[in-house]
Design a protein around this ligand. Structure first.
Ligand SMILES: *Cc1c(COP(=O)(O)O)cnc(C)c1O
Length: 432
């Protein structure tokens, strides 16, 4: 199938007949036709909604168009699509059984592996989605401290439950009553929010770096991270690292290990099982009793195949030097993109770690230029995103990278054209 699909040449862009038909059928039976981050809202109309297949760093839409994948399913795919060792481990487990009356031995093996891999972790619990994990962290922090108030950074994403969803439809004031807000990398704002919480401070949730959708990314100031750690230790509040998006992409351990700051609790999902459904909460020993005291479960939370996939994923990340590979490909992509933009005199911001970059255009508040860029890139076979950070997988080859850079060069040409068109009316008295 791969060879057959690989013949699709994006210059002969296949019309999106199958995609259009599925969208039409979806609108009749799925509210809004699609929901959440998969809804078409933030994406230009050139993007397909429905996907057919993926191998390594390439994906194919339902009409057979091929793309180099720079979104990695919004984070879960880290080793590339259909990684052979991960798929073999999941299939071998599924052949025995997946969803049973009790978990398989892989649950204990995976917990041991995580405790041995992530420095702050003395124990692990498992769930399905990142939202499960962040919500459990908050519940465990409250159970441990007997306090209510949780601090989060303004604009940060921690999931789609009423306590944290970015959309307020259906959310009550009571759902948010025990939250306080701070500004990422601004320790004074944390100190003020902690003071407002007083004796009621249960925990502080923080992302490894600032990766709010649609904004330039900001790496963490190590002094900020150390300040959070100190404040939590002093007040007895839980430091909760939301490693759902970054975990196992930047470091083979929690994402703040390289700066020497260890959280009490951390939330994981996305890359942990290379696309298989799994989330984890990891914690230090002090929080084990509180973690055992909460009622946390789900019908599918003990399924064994995803746990087998996670064991194989973590093994392959290590064996293949995947973290270094993503950093290398990401650095080459960054160098190429910066050079292309400079050559055309286009002012951009290219922010975040090399393996999780994000591109914005100077002054492009409404994301119009980002939309033009993304629409041209997808037509030339690079699947990236105009309003969300991108993800580089370890499967990216030199050929994939060359194809991406050819696509981004065309995309910058499209942006340049649009900028000229935009300026023309001023220069020529509005006649164009
Ligand atoms: C995606 C994400 C979540 C939520 O994970 P889901 O699996 O979508 O529930 C939480 N925190 C961060 C930082 C995320 O990127």
């Amino acid at each position: 199938m791969t060879d057959q699909l690989a013949r699709a040449d994006n210059r002969d862009f296949r019309p999106r007949n199958a995609d259009q038909q599925l969208r039409r059928r979806a609108r009749a039976v799925i509210p809004g036709g699609m929901y959440g981050h998969q809804s078409a809202g933030p994406l230009p109309p050139e993007y397909p909604q429905f996907m057919r297949a993926g191998r390594g760093a390439r994906v194919w839409d339902v009409d057979g168009n091929e793309y180099v994948d720079l979104m990695c399913s919004y984070g879960p795919v880290v080793l590339g699509h259909r990684h052979p060792a991960v798929e073999a481990a999941a299939a071998a487990q599924a052949e025995l059984a997946d969803c049973q009356n009790g978990p398989g031995p892989v649950m204990v093996e995976l917990a041991e592996l995580l405790v041995g891999t992530v420095r702050h972790a003395d124990w692990a619990m498992f769930a399905k989605n990142g939202t499960d994990a962040t919500t459990m962290c908050v519940t465990i922090a409250r159970a441990h401290t007997g306090r209510s108030r949780i601090l989060v950074a303004t604009g940060a994403y921690h999931g789609a439950a009423p306590w944290c969803t970015p959309r307020l439809a259906g959310v009550t004031a009571a759902d948010r009553a025990n939250l306080g807000y701070y500004t990422f990398n601004d320790l004074d704002s944390v100190t003020a929010a902690a003071a407002a919480a007083g004796q009621d401070l249960a925990g502080i949730v923080v992302s490894p770096f600032k990766h709010d959708a649609g904004f330039d990314q900001e790496l963490v100031d190590p002094a900020f991270a150390a300040g959070l750690r100190e404040l939590c230790t002093r007040t007895g509040a839980a430091l909760i690292l939301d490693d759902v998006r970054c975990g196992f992409r930047l470091h083979l351990g929690s994402s703040w290990e390289p700066i020497g700051v260890l959280p009490d609790l951390s939330a994981w999902s996305k890359a942990i099982a290379n696309g298989h459904p799994l989330a984890a909460v990891l914690g230090c020993g002090d929080y084990a009793d509180a973690a055992a005291s909460i009622f946390a479960t789900g019908s599918f939370w003990f399924s064994a195949a995803a746990m087998a996939a996670a064991i194989a994923t973590i093994g392959a990340l290590r064996a293949e030097g995947a973290i270094e590979a993503m950093d290398r490909s990401g650095s080459a992509l960054r160098a190429g993109i910066l050079q292309q933009a400079a050559a055309r005199g286009i002012e951009i911001n290219y922010t975040g770690p090399a393996a999780m970059p994000y591109l914005t255009f100077a002054g492009d508040r409404g994301h119009e230029l980002a939309g033009t860029f993304a629409a041209a890139a997808i037509r030339s076979g690079a699947y990236l995103h105009p309003r969300h950070n991108w993800f580089i997988s370890a499967a990216m080859t030199d050929a994939d990278l060359a194809k991406v850079l050819a696509a981004t060069d065309e995309a910058f040409a499209a942006v340049q054209l649009r900028q000229h068109e935009g300026r023309a009316p001023q220069h020529e008295g509005g006649t164009t």
